[in-house]
Design a protein around this ligand. Sequence first.
Ligand code: ADP
Ligand code: MG
Length: 452
Amino acid sequence: MNNKFDASWDTILSDIKGKIQDAEFFKWIKDLKILSFESNVITLQADNKFIKNWVEDKYLNKLKSALKEFYHLECDIKITLKGAKQLKKEVQENIVSEVVKNNDNYDSYSIPLNKDYTFDTFVAGKSNSFAHSACLSAAKGFDKLNNPIYIYGDVGLGKTHLMHAVGNYIRLNFPKKKILCITGEHFRDEFVSSLTKKRMTEFKEKYCSLDVLLFDDVQIISRNHATTEEFFFLFSKLHSNEKQIILTSNSSPDESLNMDKRLKSRFSGGLIAHIGTPSVEEKVAILKSFSSQYGIFMTDEIIYYLAENIKSDSTRDLLGAAKTAFVQSKFHNVELTIDFLQNHIASMLVKRDKTLTPQNIIDIISEYFNIKLVDLKSPSRSQNIVIPRNLAIYLIYKNTPSSLKGIGDIFNRDHSTIKNSISKIEKDISNNNAYIVNTLNELSNKMKMFSV
Ligand code: ADP
Ligand code: MG
């Protein structure tokens, strides 16, 4: 780092600060470090990829025009990442995006592959393991048994991510293969435009020459009979030529495409994979991967809290909440704490009773069972302690905004032990264990005193 650059950058910032009334702009820009200023290129450095993307999307043009307006400086601004590891990754990404760019040029209807959607950044878990392994093996090489692959599930669960991961993998490892990535909407528009411009021969030729067809949100075409017919024709052609086809949809093949018998048998020869909603553990893994991918630090407590308390089941919303929380904490220049989440992203979280604290519940349990807190926290496995302890854990989890990790800290246990205690009580409830159900009712009545 060169002090000279630092000093001149500081001067520039303090100069333009007086003239631009946008506090948020400065919050983000001021944390960037200057690395070099040469040949009309200013190179700045961001602490992590998230800040880099954020500044590039929102503030780069503003910064450029401020420099032009105030100093008549017409320069390009590059933002790099801190640390050699990330730089290496960035260089790698540039190579990938170059390959992607070259390939994408050949068709204006192709969707550019999102270079962040790779197998490396996709967290495989129970909810998506079938779809994930099918896509991975299709990316590595064509296999009749994996064709077509039809992935379906609710919005925001990673269908597009997986599909682009296949595309990115093939582009990098088999650059000669002709891939087309398209959405139902684009396909419909292209079909209609080819019809009106009398370009159907080119349209058909283009599709028939593909090695890999990645077709996102296929349900959209079912609304239009002629488009669906055309799709069936191209699909059959590619399928009999043993070309890889991957389709995604928000519903099952029967619901999305009113399939005729012939097509149905082709689908059943391939693979139909449903993506379900992620479990808390999967959400934790996704948040951890997200935080290391973007270099955003979130404590385990925050990660577990988000995973356990997010209202929506969609991974997109989960990541959206994490991003919003990070941006807000950065803007307010404060640490990300559970309190902060409750104050700033409350609408994205499940509502828990705020008036009841874990200590209130522990007090109720201690009094009811005549047990001391030290015993509840002790390693003792004796039943007259285990049951009150499990009940306390269960009630704290259900009635206060505490995370599994937070409860673990109270009881000197790790989060999986806490989870087992909760599951144990849930099982007793579903088995209609009279003692547990009655005790819970009595405890709930006592707890009402604390709620508003
Ligand atoms: P869909 O196409 O099913 O609506 P997307 O593929 O657009 O969902 O995913 C929404 C967001 O969630 C994207 O940012 C994606 O990267 C992320 N995401 C979803 N599932 C996973 C996963 N298993 N691992 C990592 N990121 C995921
Ligand atoms: Mg999608």
